[in-house]
Design a protein around this ligand. Sequence first.
Ligand code: FDA
Length: 392
Amino acid sequence: MESCDVMVLGAGAAGLMAGIEAARRGRRVIVADHAAKPAEKIRISGGGRCNFTNLATTPDRFISANPRFAISALSRFTPRDFLRRIEGAGIAWTEKAAGQLFCEGSATQVVSLLTDDLARAGGALWLGCSLGAVRREGAGFTVETARGPARAEAVVVATGGKSIPKMGATGMGYRIAESFSLPVTETRPGLVPMTMAEQDLAPISDLAGVAVSGTARAGRTRFDEAILFTHRGLSGPAILQLSSYWREGEPVELDLCPQADLDALVAHGRAEGGRMALRTLLARIVPERLARQVEAELRLDKPVAGLSRADMARLADRLHRWRIRPVGTEGYRTAEVTVGGVDTKALDSRTMEAKGVPGLYFVGEVVDVTGWLGGYNFQWAWSSGWAAGQVA
Ligand code: FDA
């Protein structure tokens, strides 16, 4: 029977980091994954350029039943620590939006950095190896694998969440947790486009592909970023971010032109003679297709001079306080992350070890810690994987 000190389940961002760190301590490490290639999500991330961290990482950028849980790992292995590894490997990077760091070349450079580091530290990588049950046996564990049962002193579960099953996501980590009677919080797709009902989509069907810089709000959560109309509903960073907080049935309120003062705009239009069509005036503050759609939907195809107070109020409601009722999301098929996961109550925040199951660790997305869009999820994978790798 194959035996090792640390068996890492899942060769994604968190698993590779945990494996590297444990192997650097001289532990005999096997990182196993059923996929043919390691870290496929890194490869496709950030449009192929991998938004590998965010320099503005703070605990409030993460969703969890216990928002303080992530603090320890994030402060011990920081975005700067990961950046040092990127620079050490000679990978050119660029800061896109404030704090968001991407590869200048290709995301595959990050995959190579991790697999090279693992190999240099003496860790083994078992790819194309399906995994089965994990059982406690004596002081260690036995893991069922396609290569036969493997013995390990410690097991690090890094199998990620349920998002994008086509890329190998299985939710296996939750089942392992449950088999050790560890609690798992409710899971749902996050960072995912929202869908709308047919009857709500019909009037805005011409808008697919239109993007505005706006505000999306649900309850007390709000994001000021781009909103994109799609054939099935809404997407864009503001909607993706909101989706991680949104609960089914909750209305979403959009401001499609938060910077615009509609009264001042119309006053200008009137000062210019007032004969201009409303859509022409609106096209100064929103994309032309949206201007036309709003004019048609509100039946305001009249010159600006003819707008009544009531017309202005309807216009403000439609542009600044447009309430929609999404019927759902695009689901795990396209979600970037899974919100929820192994309950942090059951884990030690310093080591990621399961309380009551010495030697069993959970790292990365499988844990109930979900980052915002912008490199936070990879930072959580690096930090939590690093933390487990120091002790496993
Ligand atoms: P991850 O999912 O990466 O790895 C889990 C591994 O376990 C996989 O290799 C899988 O094959 C394996 N596995 C699962 N079940 C198994 C089983 N039953 N048997 C054997 N192996 C199994 N984040 C970010 O910070 N910046 C970004 O730019 C992006 N971009 C992005 C784009 C897209 C399209 C997606 C889908 C996601 C992102 N993300 C992101 C999110 C980021 O990819 C995600 O949070 C991390 O990959 C999570 O890392 P983990 O290692 O925890 O899981």
